[in-house]
Design a protein around this ligand. Structure first.
Ligand code: F0G
Length: 461
């Protein structure tokens, strides 16, 4: 937009509405108790503002919905596939494009071929499903974030970067032959949605060339990352967001994408590759487990909507609004005195619940307490990213806590307006007011894996 922006305005207008149900605090007190104080177990009808995830929760445009009607559902060689293939080839510069039903399907295909017992994978941070798909093959996944990224309030432009020195040390220590791949997660979701610089990606490419290693880009938020590169990294001011994304993706040997984020669709994924032999192996697995090579796990209409989404996401007005609106929430929270991971990332605001609730010890899960309070006070749903999600146990069964007790407020794309976000900010006034009285939780039931999805809690005190 060329005119000066006074307030944050959504660069779209609303053509179809989905009513939200307003619940009372009394109702929510009962609902959250029945759900074992786990917001994953709350029905979406009972949620007012849903900030659980930005994955598959976005709104499609009128063009995308029109594309849905044009979907070509032919089993082989459909027009919708040819269109998607063209768009993704142009974006990635890679010759082999495999469609999957979502990101983790692409991960499973790629890592079951590259993985196996004894293999080591190194990443700025493996997302949970990436780690799970690697470890499932018997391989090991190691995260190497720079030390500065662990300080949640330090203001640095590219806190999502991979630690190059540590990566090189690990390559030498384990031997290049034992490295399955180096994975750059862009933006770095689990590390606060922080961006990765082009400089870091270029240096990693050089290192992979030096040791003959495969570089994978997990780029489900590549457009959001391009925004940060353009505005924070010297030399990219005059490039378009798409050119920046093209340059970064071109550095990789493979690209894995959950299209449910920057693909602007509700379902979909991609695996793209440079190497012919690896592509052949992946295609074989694709056919066995997802579908024929020209649709993978998707309907023709899904591919049509994705082709359009991948173009729309690089629109300058859209991306400015996207990053500014996430920043708006984060900056206003910070001004109120809420400790947030700083600077604000692309798709979510992360709150340091350990700092917000210093009266709640780590083994009583301050993050879970904030998640429950936000639901109770405002019907807001979000997720704990702390010791409930990542805590481990020692031999005696004592909690080994996560590095930080964070809570993620993820912003769905093109769904909520500024007044919804202002409402969230208002609810935080209540949170700040009652912070001294908030109590912790104990786990009443937990499953053996990924406990945060189905665990049940009891409120203490
Ligand atoms: N990689 C990253 C960086 C992700 O954030 C996700 C999903 C995946 C891979 C897996 O993709 O869900 O399509 O299978 N992240 C979601 C989230 C679930 O809430 O952050 P998927």
């Amino acid at each position: 937009m060329s005119t000066k922006q006074r307030t944050l305005t959504e660069p779209f207008k609303i053509k179809m509405v989905e009513p939200l149900r307003v619940t009372t605090e009394e109702e929510r007190t009962r609902i959250i108790k029945e759900a074992g104080y786990n917001t994953f177990l709350v029905h979406s009808d009972d949620v007012f503002i849903d900030l659980l995830t930005d994955s598959g929760t976005g709104a499609m445009s009128d063009h995308q919905w029109a594309g849905i009607m044009l979907g070509d559902e032919s089993y082989a060689g459909s027009n919708s596939w040819l269109r998607l293939e063209r768009v993704v080839k142009e974006l990635t510069g890679m010759p082999h494009i495999l469609p999957t039903h979502q990101g983790r399907a692409a991960e499973r295909i790629l890592y079951s071929i590259l993985g196996g017992v004894g293999k080591i994978f190194i990443s700025n941070t493996h997302f949970d499903t990436t780690r799970a798909n690697i470890e499932y093959t018997g391989a090991t996944a190691i995260d190497v974030l720079p030390e500065s990224s662990l300080h949640t309030e330090e203001d640095l432009p590219f806190k999502g970067n991979i630690d190059l020195e540590h990566t090189e040390a690990l390559i030498r220590e384990n031997g290049p032959d034992n490295i399955g791949a180096i994975i750059l997660t862009v933006t770095n979701n689990s590390a606060g949605g922080q961006p990765v610089s082009m400089e870091n990606a270029l240096a990693l490419r050089e290192m992979c060339d030096k040791y003959g290693l495969l570089m994978v880009i997990d780029g489900c938020r590549i457009a959001e990352n391009s925004y940060f590169v353009k505005h924070r990294e010297k030399g990219y001011e005059n490039k378009t967001y798409k050119e920046i994304a093209q340059q970064m993706l071109n550095l990789g040997d493979a690209f894995v994408m959950s299209a449910k984020k920057d693909g602007l669709v509700n379902i979909g994924g991609l695996l793209t590759l440079k190497n012919d032999d690896l592509a052949m192996k992946c295609r074989n697995l694709l056919i066995i487990s997802e579908g024929f090579t020209t649709y993978g796990g998707l309907a023709g209409r899904d591919m049509e909507a994705l082709s359009i989404g991948l173009e729309e996401v690089f629109d300058a007005d859209y991306l400015t609004y996207r990053i500014r609106s996430t920043g708006y929430l984060g900056e206003h929270l910070r001004n109120k005195g809420v400790p947030v991971v700083w600077p604000i990332g692309g798709h979510a605001v992360y709150i340091d619940a350990g700092k917000l609730y210093p009266n709640i010890p780590v083994h009583e899960f301050p993050g879970q307490a904030l998640v429950c309070d936000l639901y109770l006070k405002g019907g807001i749903r979000c997720v704990e990213v702390g010791s409930v999600m990542f805590g481990k146990k020692d031999a005696a069964g004592n909690l080994i806590p996560a590095a930080n007790e964070l809570v993620r407020l993820a912003i769905p794309r093109r769904v909520y307006t500024q007044s919804h976000i202002d409402y969230v900010l208002d609810v935080f006034d209540d949170i700040l007011e009652m912070r001294g009285q908030t109590r912790g939780y104990k786990i009443a039931y937990e499953p053996p894996f990924l406990r945060h999805f189905t665990a049940r809690f009891e409120k203490l005190g």
